[in-house]
Design a protein around this ligand. Structure first.
Ligand code: V47
Length: 366
């Protein structure tokens, strides 16, 4: 089969992938420079099939964004607000409970909770929120708070990240979502999120979670001012930490949406389908020690997400129910998909749909 690619400029990389060899930084950059999407896709599909066979995962979940008040105010984010902004909100715990109750009969196995770095919200509110959601949905996995929020709680309480994580774990936290990673490059962070924790700190928070037995996800925000070298370096830093801890479950590239952000006059267009597929496939190829690559359909649309199943992706995330971060930045996808819709996307692409829980245990197959 690989002989079909003998004339491709990427043939030496095809050979490496077929042999199961780890790809280098140079290989990653060459993949990004190439427009030979089908060869890249062939390789990513080969790795995907080795790791996950014909299975494509999804989850029945709901997202809750408890507050948009945020002192970090990243330029790429249309969701975060100052406290005195008329659109600023902090959901009372009773409203969060009501959102949990809404999905009691939906069969959700995960609640995903992220918000902003609220300047005077205490760790106790977060603990109480987890306890209350857990009380309403006892068997459901709580994936909550990005590394940025965890670091914020540590700073506010004057305690270590490990202490914050242990307290939240005791209150019901199951795992950390992958948000807040953006692009690790200090050059980019200086320009788009100068008040955010560094990439190194983000990685340290995740490594600490892994040390105490908590799994986590990793993201990369692409399609703004980052270079392809910076994307590759971001993925390789994740690969290095994963070699040390093994705690990451999945890699999720997040496509930048510029509308209503402070960058909308600089970046006027969304990522293209070509770039989305290439980025997902290159993620699959470089991150050889990650079990899963997730396409967050909310950001790239269900159709590209479906096609990405043939480009290295093995997970389409979930039913979501309600999503603010991407929709505040102009997303035109729906905020929710039914289980049946996700199953159809997967079946029509020739894969076996597997409903998973957060930790990729099988809930229902076929
Ligand atoms: O941290 C913010 C990104 C993230 C924009 O772990 C933007 O399974 C695009 O991390 N355009 C939050 N992206 C979402 C997130 C996530 C989503 C789904 C699944 C998981 C998981 C994690 O969204 C933020 C930031 O990186 N973001 N603004 C924007 N304008």
């Amino acid at each position: 089969m690989q002989e079909l690619f003998r004339d491709s400029d990427l043939y030496d990389i095809v050979e490496k992938v077929v042999k199961g060899e780890r790809l280098s930084r140079e290989d990653g950059i060459r993949l990004y420079q190439s427009n030979d999407l089908l060869t890249i896709g062939y390789m990513a599909d080969l790795v995907r099939k080795r790791k996950n066979g014909n299975r494509a995962y999804f989850i029945v979940n709901r997202h809750i964004n408890h507050t948009n008040i945020c002192k970090v105010r990243c330029k790429f984010c249309a969701f975060g607000r100052d406290k005195d902004d008329p659109k600023a909100y902090l959901l009372p715990l009773e409203v969060i409970e009501a959102k949990a109750r809404e999905v009691v009969d939906m069969g959700v196995t995960e609640v995903h909770i992220v918000g902003g770095c609220h300047p005077d919200l205490r760790l106790e509110y977060a603990e109480e929120m987890l306890r209350r959601v857990h009380r309403i949905l006892p068997g459901v996995h709580l994936q909550a708070f990005t590394a940025v929020e965890i670091d914020h709680f540590a700073e506010q309480e004057g305690i270590t990240v490990e202490e914050v994580l242990r307290r939240l774990q005791a209150a019901g936290l199951g795992s950390l979502p992958g948000g807040g990673a953006e692009i690790f490059s200090p050059r980019v962070r200086e320009k788009v999120c100068e008040k955010k924790i560094s990439g190194e700190r983000w990685l340290e928070v995740h490594a600490t979670a892994h040390k105490i037995g908590m799994r986590s996800n990793a993201t990369m925000l692409y399609g703004h001012i980052e270079t392809i070298e910076e994307r590759v370096d971001h993925m390789l830093r994740l690969r290095e930490v994963q070699d040390q801890t093994g705690g990451f479950m999945t890699f999720i590239p997040l496509a930048f949406h510029p509308k209503h952000t402070q960058m909308e006059n600089v970046i006027t267009t969304r990522t293209t389908g070509f770039d989305d597929l290439k980025t997902l496939a290159i993620g699959r190829l470089l991150l050889d020690n990650f079990d899963h690559i997730k396409a967050f359909w909310i950001m790239i649309g269900p159709k590209v997400a479906q096609v990405s199943l043939a480009f290295g992706v093995d997970d389409l995330d979930g039913t979501v129910v309600e999503e603010r971060i991407t929709h505040d930045a102009g997303a035109d996808t729906s905020q929710s998909m039914t289980r049946a819709e996700i199953v159809k996307l997967i079946r029509d692409a020739g894969f076996v749909p597997v409903e998973r829980d957060t930790l990729y245990n099988v809930v229902r197959e076929g």
